[in-house]
Design a protein around this ligand. Structure first.
Ligand code: NAP
Ligand code: G4F
Length: 326
């Protein structure tokens, strides 16, 4: 039985990847960082909490990673852990650099020391394209990071390439465009909107305060995207791949469609609030995933419309249940 170790098991992608790998017959080890209350809600939501073997690990502590690798002896390591919220990275640039940038290098170092045959996946990001140099963005597009988060991801990305070339480690980078789900953190704009719609629908809120409505993103479905991570590690050679839908939509469109799902007009509820504007924003991200389609045989399954509807439905259900409404 193959063994995988996932860092960031408590996050959105950690939960969906664990579910995917369990279905593939893997023994799944989920690395979590110690906190007063460990958040296993997402694993519980997917009904896999009991099937994932939890191991304590902090990305900032090389020794803890080495110990986990020695104990678990995984075939594959998926490094999903990060300070992943772009807005917070402007307030906490140093912490973001240490976790999101150096944290990945700690995992690579641990692999080099413990067993360089372990395959490694790095969660790179379309944010690395930032102030985009080409439209759409593919594996050849130069990076132009626009936030401390994106700069940290560029560093981790190039270190992944470097460990592949310098030490022959099977290290892959997935340059994933935004991907969402009912398990998305509430601070990210899509989930903030669908949660807001549900709260407004059930009378718990009167308005929804947002920042830049013109920003456009290539939003895909998290459950579709985790398959690509696994496919990358099953290829004969390690490489880097863009994973995207190829379609861009604005925050305004996402909001309009979400409110329309419950028969409301978004303009009656959305208030633009400067506190949600970023010092430097990324205006347009749209990916070209042709390489993933040709080499991995991967393509997205969920449309933008289906994604919005699925997220709104899930938040309506959750708010309804919390109120005890039938
Ligand atoms: P997420 O929900 O924010 O999850 C991040 C995970 O990292 C959480 O489990 C968090 O644990 C963990 N973590 C943070 N600091 C840590 C540390 N010092 N040691 C160990 N674990 C730590 O993010 P996601 O949306 O699942 O994304 C997964 C990865 O893909 C991230 O690296 C993200 O930057 C990248 N990415 C995401 C997207 C996207 O659209 N979702 C797109 C491109 C790239 P706690 O629960 O303890 O906070
Ligand atoms: O949902 P967001 O916070 O996601 P962002 O910044 O694109 O980052 C996410 O995707 C990246 C992949 O490209 C990941 F690497 C990263 O870890 C994360 O998962 O914001 C999307 C857009 C931005 O332009 C933001 O300015 O929405 C705009 N926005 C407008 N109002 C808002 C809001 N974003 C948030 N979070 N909250 C708002 O009220």
């Amino acid at each position: 039985m193959k063994k995988s170790l996932i860092t960031g098991i408590t996050g959105q992608d950690g939960a969906y990847l664990a579910q995917f790998l369990l279905k593939k017959g893997y023994r799944v080890y989920g690395a979590f960082r110690r906190s007063s209350t460990v958040n296993l809600e997402r694993l519980a939501y997917l009904g896999i909490k009991e099937q994932v073997e939890l191991v304590p690990l902090d990305l900032l502590d090389l020794g803890s990673i080495i110990r986990v690798l020695e104990n678990v002896q995984p075939d594959e390591v998926y490094n999903l852990a990060a300070q992943s919220f772009v807005a917070v990275s402007f307030d906490q640039p140093v912490a973001t650099g240490r976790i999101t940038g150096l944290g990945a290098v700690n995992v690579l170092e641990a692999i080099r020391i413990v067993n360089p045959k372990i395959k490694f996946y790095q969660a790179s990001s379309s944010e690395m394209f930032g102030k985009v140099q080409n439209v759409p963005q593919n594996e050849q597009t130069p990076f132009y990071p626009r936030s401390p988060y994106a700069a940290a991801k560029v560093y981790a990305h190039w270190m992944t390439v470097n460990y592949r070339e310098a030490y022959g480690i099977f290290a892959c980078s997935g340059i994933l465009f935004n991907h969402e789900s009912p398990l998305r953190g509430l601070e990210f704009v899509t989930r903030k909107i669908t949660d807001g719609v549900a709260r407004i629908k059930y009378g718990l809120a009167k308005e929804l305060r947002l920042g830049n409505l013109e920003a456009r993103r290539d939003w895909g479905c998290a459950e579709d995207y985790v398959e690509a991570l696994w496919l990358m590690l099953q290829q004969p050679q390690p490489d880097d791949y863009v994973i995207a839908t190829g379609e861009a939509h604005s925050v305004r469109e996402f909001a309009a469609r979400s409110f329309a799902c419950v028969g409301l007009n978004w303009e009656d509820y959305v208030v633009v609030d400067p506190q949600f504007m970023r010092p430097a924003d990324v205006e347009l991200l749209v990916g070209d995933a042709s390489k993933a389609r040709h080499v991995l045989g991967w393509k997205p399954k969920t449309t933008f419309e289906q994604l919005v509807e699925m997220m709104v439905e899930a938040d309506l259900r959750r708010v309804r249940d919390s109120l005890g409404v039938r």
